[in-house]
Ligand binder design. Structure first.
Ligand code: C2E
Ligand code: CA
Ligand code: CA
Length: 682
């Protein structure tokens, strides 16, 4: 399970494995460590251990920040064992390259020091304080009122500018001065009163008044009897990384080309505008702005010119609105504007008129004079829609209506005329058109033999090349196709297309492999599915042996008897049957035996987690064993990393498919695989 680190757990020495980064939780520990920390649990879910061993985690975090130790090889920290001993932990190993780094800590119990009580306390505290030398350390006495500071190290003096003698006996809160309205302070208070560790980042102030970001790790210290005696705080100045964070945040919320808010920030702003409107009883208008003819600009000026044009349009839009409004870039040539605090629709019209006027002035890009124009659709809150997503969608619908009547015009959303054009029905019509006009395409993804690495099959995957929206993935239109029944003609088209491609390859002498196709439950529910299948392959002149029908497990479970019969009839034609997305349904072994199938495809969700989650790994192992026990081949989909591939080979999985080997591509992209029968060398 813990690839590459699993052997460590076999050690007779106590070993803990901590996941680095993020939440630093303990992901595994061996038997020796369990008994050392008095954890008799064999809990499969190791998460609760975090709460059982908070001291270790806190100490670990503190030490990890110590730059004097190369964290890729070595850490040292200490914690209390189950019988109150000091445990010193040394040794750290990073996890396998490319995976979430993990650190294994070997625990060694220190001899219990034979000293008097005061001496013992001192040695206990100094051990903790020593744990870090470059980080600032502060120790407070938890037994005295208001937790006075009893120790600070030199790094503390350097970091804060205060000398040790100035701070002794005071409570740490002077570090945040008057700035006490911070969420972290509340967390510290809670941790102090509960005697639990915590890690927070606070704004602190040096003696000279300058601000810094203090990442504080607070650990409670207990005496032999288990009662709380001290708190140890390890502080580090994370001002720089805080600033980086702010920059990252800005990048995550703003469009890089125009500097305008992106999707996420737009949604956030719109959400808050709606709340304000609820309170004040005013209107919010959402304008969906589609810049006309960007494609023409791109075609004549190139992409750099197109970018300049979009940048100029973006700044015109921002200048045209009031400071309380938000202009966001929504897509390539789409902007969404949120106008808030409006009295009535007349106010919206005034704003839109001004916007179109300012936008339309001649603009010179690379010596070419352009006249930008936009089609604008407007939705109003609360009358047109009540949620952020709906408002944007409705404004988009109105924009399409505007564009359809006249480019460069604007329209308010009109429930009576536009409802039918919106959403599902429009999409369904578009899909119907897509089938007729050849916008549907089949892509293929190779499947390899796990042992030999040779190409075993291809899986056909639908793609919709929408004229405006680009390539749409099947997940976004198949549910609709199923609801509307369009999946039946689409599925027939896909089968004919697979046959045509097979024949085309055969005619050119390209080596062939079986091609798998996904079959929807809606197709299978029709009694004529078998005869349709037979007719299509016969008309195309393809031997059904070249076709694999992938049927999802949940479908098969849906209507047992009917499918047992239907699958055996299909299989009698020579076609192969693969049970797709296996592991998500609840097939019983007995049932699987009665099904006429050739292979099981382990669902991607299990493959995703096999190297990190023991349950997923165990499920994969079980599926492979189960498949083999009833004479089926086990195929794994969604294999993305070499570790996953290695693991799946290791448990005897027969065939592998996934981005690690090859992404789906069009028919031409499959030819190198077919000709070489393996992954071509880079
Ligand atoms: P599926 O049958 O489970 O197909 C596998 C999906 O996983 C494909 O997505 C494929 O592109 C993707 N995939 C493959 N390897 C990897 C990987 O390593 N990582 C990740 N993240 N993804 C990987 P796609 O093409 O978007 O298809 C989605 C689903 O749409 C398919 O799931 C299938 O249920 C359905 N579908 C596709 N084509 C058809 C079709 O012709 N008819 C029917 N009824 N359904 C189809
Ligand atoms: Ca599939
Ligand atoms: Ca799947």
């Amino acid at each position: 399970v813990l690839t590459g680190l699993g052997y460590l757990l076999a050690s007779p020495e106590p070993v803990l494995i901590v996941a680095e980064g993020g939440d630093e939780r303990i992901v595994a520990l061996n038997r020796a460590a369990r008994s050392l920390f008095r954890l008799d649990t064999t809990a499969r879910d190791l998460l609760p251990l975090q709460s059982l061993l908070p001291g270790i985690v806190a100490a670990f975090i503190a030490v990890e920040a110590d730059e004097s130790i190369d964290p890729s090889r070595f850490v040292r920290c200490s914690a209390r064992t189950g019988d109150g001993h000091e445990a010193v932990m040394v040794g750290a190993v990073r996890g396998p390259p490319g995976k979430t780094p993990r650190i294994a800590i070997f625990v060694r119990t220190a001899e219990r020091p034979q000293v008097d009580e005061a001496g013992e306390e001192r040695s206990r505290l100094s051990a903790l304080a020593m744990a870090s030398t470059t980080d600032s350390v502060v120790i407070a006495d938890a037994r005295l009122p208001d937790y006075p500071i009893v120790y600070v190290n030199e790094a503390f003096e350097r970091l804060t500018g205060y000398a040790a003698r100035e701070v002794m006996g005071r409570n740490c809160r002077f570090l945040h001065g008057a700035d006490c309205d911070q969420r972290g302070i509340e967390q510290v208070r809670t941790a102090l009163s509960a005697g639990t560790p915590c890690r927070v980042t606070l704004r602190n102030y040096r003696k000279d008044g300058t601000q810094f970001w203090n990442q504080l790790t607070l650990s409670p210290v207990n005496d032999e009897g288990g009662s709380l005696t001290h708190f140890v705080g390890v502080q580090s100045d994370v001002t720089n990384s805080k600033q980086n964070e702010a920059e990252l945040l800005r990048r995550a919320t703003h469009d890089s080309l125009t500097g305008l808010p992106n999707h996420e920030l737009l949604e956030e702003r719109l959400e808050s505008a709606l709340r304000d409107a609820d309170r004040s009883g005013t209107l919010v208008a959402v304008a969906f702005v589609d810049i006309d003819r960007l494609k023409r600009v791109n075609d004549s000026l190139g992409h750099a010119g197109g970018d300049t044009f979009i940048g100029a349009v973006a700044s015109r839009l921002s200048n045209a609105v009031r400071s309380l409004d938000t202009v966001a870039r929504y897509g390539g040539d789409e902007f969404v504007i949120v106008f808030r605090d409006l009295a009535d629709t007349a106010a919206v019209e005034v704003l839109i008129a001004r916007l179109r006027h300012l936008l339309g002035a001649p603009l010179i890009v690379e010596n070419v004079e352009l006249e930008p124009s936009a089609s604008v659709g407007i939705a109003l809150y609360p009358q047109d829609a009540t949620s952020v997503a709906q408002l944007i969608r409705v404004a988009d619908t109105a924009m399409y209506a505007a564009k359809a009547t006249e480019r460069g015009s604007f329209r308010f959303f009109d429930r009576t005329t536009m409802r039918t054009e919106s959403d599902e029905l429009a999409m369904e019509n578009a899909l119907r058109r897509a089938l007729a006009t050849g916008e549907l395409k089949l892509h293929y993804q190779p499947i390899f033999n796990a042992l030999t690495g040779r190409l075993a099959a291809l899986e056909g995957l639908l793609r919709w090349r929408h004229p405006e929206r680009g390539i749409i993935a099947p997940g976004d239109f198949i549910p609709l196709a199923e609801e509307s029944g369009l999946i039946v003609p689409i599925g027939e088209w896909a089968l004919r297309e697979v046959c045509r491609q097979h024949r085309a390859w055969a005619a050119r002498g390209v080596p062939l492999v079986p091609i798998a196709m996904n079959v929807s439950i809606v197709q299978l529910r029709r009694r004529d599915f078998c005869s349709t299948f037979k007719r299509i392959v016969r008309e195309a002149g393809v031997d059904p042996r070249w076709i694999v029908l992938e049927i999802t497990e949940s479908i098969v479970m849906d209507n047992t008897e009917l499918f047992v019969e239907m699958l055996s009839e299909l299989r009698a034609t020579g076609a192969r049957i693969s049970i797709d997305d296996f592991g998500t349904g609840f097939s019983s072994l007995g049932y699987l035996k009665r099904l006429s199938a050739d292979s099981l495809k382990i669902d991607k969700s299990f493959v995703d987690d096999i190297t990190s989650d023991r349950n997923a790994a165990a499920i994969c192992q079980a599926i492979v064993t189960l498949a083999h026990s009833v004479g089926l081949i086990a195929v794994a989909e969604g294999v993305e990393t070499p570790e996953q591939a290695a693991f799946l080979c290791g448990i005897g999985c027969d065939e592998l498919q996934g981005f690690h080997f090859a992404h789906p591509g069009d028919a031409a992209a499959m030819e190198p695989f077919l000709i070489l029968k393996r992954v071509p060398a880079a």
